[in-house]
Design a protein. Sequence first.
Length: 222
Amino acid sequence: MKRILIFSLLVTILISSCHNQNQKKEKTQKKEYTPVAIHPDKVTNIVLDDSIRNMLLERGRELAGITQLKLKQELRKAIKQGGILNAISFCNKRAMEITDSISLAEKVYIKRLAKKYRNPVNDMSEDESKIYKAYIINHLSKKWSPAMITWNKKGQPVYYNPIVVDALCLKCHGAPGTDIKPEVAEKIAELYPDDKATNFRAGDLRGMWSITFPEYMVTDAK
Ligand code: HEC
């Protein structure tokens, strides 16, 4: 708990201290995407104390786990069926659909956010960038980066947890020319002219999960 408190403090300091580093860059790629809309049956007011925080952390962990598992299973299947090139088309067409279908079924908003994004839809807001920056600082100083719960401007609680790169990811997010084959790089450039999601190494942070719970409204935090 102490480590989480120190980490939350770091995030708060970052949120209030850096203003002009996250200006939105012009986006070159326009991909049609309509975000899902979740309508909870009712909204419950909550005070974010340790027990509610732990409940939401647990639920966030579970949902991120389910989504990651599903994405990885389908990714492996697509690679088996038609190699990496085929898997790129799979990610392009199905990654958001899979994430959104779990969001709809669970009545939450599940996102995989990235500062160095491939699909601009997954870019981070200013506040999210500050939270991510705290994760990056922790990561660079080889500190443990815990999942956390904060709340958004609407008062809805949000779960965040870093996404780490492993060997499988490098075929599409590693170094072009060595990890990423030329034909794969070509396909990525064709689908994502504004791609920033390359040159990662195993163990790097790739982005973070953001899971919003619209059925709750944070009225106070302890
Ligand atoms: C076969 C190629 C391929 C592999 C392998 C792959 N990705 Fe991706 N990844 C993509 C594509 C394409 C997108 C964009 C999907 C879209 O348009 O919704 C993407 C998007 C993402 C995103 C969403 C943020 C963004 O940049 O748009 C994250 C996070 C991500 N990948 C992480 C991973 C991780 C972690 C691994 C390894 C476990 C991995 N990827 C493996 C191709 C791949």
